[in-house]
Design a protein around this ligand. Sequence first.
Ligand SMILES: C[S@@+](CC[C@H](N)C(=O)[O-])C[C@H]1O[C@@H](n2cnc3c(N)ncnc32)[C@H](O)[C@@H]1O
Length: 304
Amino acid sequence: MLQLSQFYKECHDLFCQQKTGQSHTVDIQADTAHLMKLIMAERNNYIQSGAFLQKLQYKFDQLLWTDEIEYIDRDDFPAADKQKIVDGLHKKNSLFGTYQKIFNLILPYIREVNQQENRPCKILEIAGGSGQLAFFLAKKAKIHSLNVEITSSDIVEHYVIESAKQANKSNSLVTFKQIDALSLDKLPKREYDLILNLHSLHHFSAEQLAKIFYGSQIIANKAFVAMDAYRGVRNLLFIGGSAFMQSMVTLNPMYAHDAWLSARKMYPQKLLEIIAKMACPDSHVNVTQPSIGLTALVIEPERR
Ligand SMILES: C[S@@+](CC[C@H](N)C(=O)[O-])C[C@H]1O[C@@H](n2cnc3c(N)ncnc32)[C@H](O)[C@@H]1O
């Protein structure tokens, strides 16, 4: 049976063949939309003409994908409830040691900037939600005597205000800003060393991801580092199941609703790699699995 990662690679090869001979477009989003259409068409071909098990596998994959929007991304959902959802995510991130895993990934970059360039490492977190990753990193930097300047951002003003209040109370040096992750290319070039993103890739369409990846390479000196849940049936059941329990305990269905949709929207590793390489052809792209339920994506601009 054709592995799904192999399937995505074949779709990308087909996309490249179709592009050959056409006039070269530099519209990354249009190219990504074209690739996604091609993937859907090819998947349909397998569903119609593949062997029985293959049909089943591709049909299941097709049924899982959804464009339905999580409450957390809806304009008509109360900010206070959105805050509860991101606070709930923070508890899970703490429980599973996800902040530590991000710290482990970025530590070599911070040391490089501090020791070789003798200056603070400037970090921007995008789609930061409750801002707790930024607080965690600031504490870690203090413990390890690292020189960092951390800014955390989100598109939702409410989170930014709440996190800034918390920073004030705790005398934290983290700065909070309202930034649209889709407009990174409008920020000053090479303003930051690292751009971080946790548990948010699945909130964006493939075309939007391409825009974010592209923008990140304009403003980052060292790397864009993202982590999100691993796409797989076991993880799907785990994420759905644990959020269902949370909804039962709190008598609030919003956690299960958002977690289930999120789990269905997680990107396969191969597809993330392809999108990143298309959006940032001059960058170095690396996709890994730092632990059983996580995918990490690192995109380093060539100029490093
Ligand atoms: C699942 S939450 C993750 C929050 C946080 N990173 C965490 O791990 O707890 C997704 C976040 O993406 C933010 N978001 C969605 N669209 C955005 C955009 N265009 N620009 C910036 N943030 C965005 C949401 O407001 C939300 O806080």
